[in-house]
Design a binder for this molecule. Sequence first.
Ligand code: SF4
Length: 315
Amino acid sequence: MHTTPDERIHPQLHLNSYGYYLRRRFGYRISKVNVDAGFTCPNRDGSKGSGGCIYCNNVSFSPKETQAVVPLEEQMAAGMAYHRVRLGSEKFIIYFQKYTNTYGSVELLSDLYRRALDHPDVIGISVGTRPDSLEDDALELLTDIAKTKYVCLELGLQSMDDVILTNINRGHTLDDFIQAVKRASGRNFDICAHLIHGFPGESADEFLKAADLMAALPIDSLKLHQLHAVKGTELAELYRRGEFTPLTLDAYVATVADFLELLPPRIAIQRLYGSAPLDICVAPQWGLKNNQMWYAIVNELTRRGSWQGRRAVGN
Ligand code: SF4
């Protein structure tokens, strides 16, 4: 076991895991339960763009049991039962995950979020969205909810390079993300950023600059994953034509370990890899289960005798 100078760093994991952060903050084990509230995405329905991000197939990041046709309360009950048995969790954060979960009237958002919060074992909500789909009234709603409940706003950036954002048909810029973070900060709720590594034309060094960006912004937690192609996406077509070369597992693990060393300890780590059902995963196929991916990176930090933030500027 390695000792680090920072109590936010888990002594065995060598990073500030989100689970560790929640346990420090609330004092018990908390699980996130994914729900599909039936939203769509402005980058798919034509209002911001059409076709969506080139890697987007929402099936790849949506557990099978969450279907928009299933009432929210039923989805929550199934998810909570699963986590109670599997992890012994007592309390839950309901994660509005699929598509863009602020893309609707404030009345609709209020109804959905408050229905989730009505359950006595739900301590809060996490809301995944795009930085260009965050109206003032949605922000005010989340600010109001955060007075009594835990709230995490999850903003997808994916890449800080505007050329890459254009190439992947993301439909927003780095500046859109920075402005959204500024508007959302200081409201007593957490902000989580989403990043992806492995875009065509992106070097490891270019990706590592995102650690400095995260350090400079009021970001509380982070989700990171490798770019992977799933069936039915533009990215899978690029792969088929030889225009997308996925990262190797070793390269990804090394770069993520470098990234974590540059990331301040205050930023809790929600994810370190992406996963897709085997039947739709095209590439890369590293053949590791989720916890094996997580520990591949933890083990790399251990091998280096290192930890999150060891080379960070600030904390
Ligand atoms: S913003 Fe999200 S939901 Fe919308 S197209 Fe991109 S990946 Fe898909």
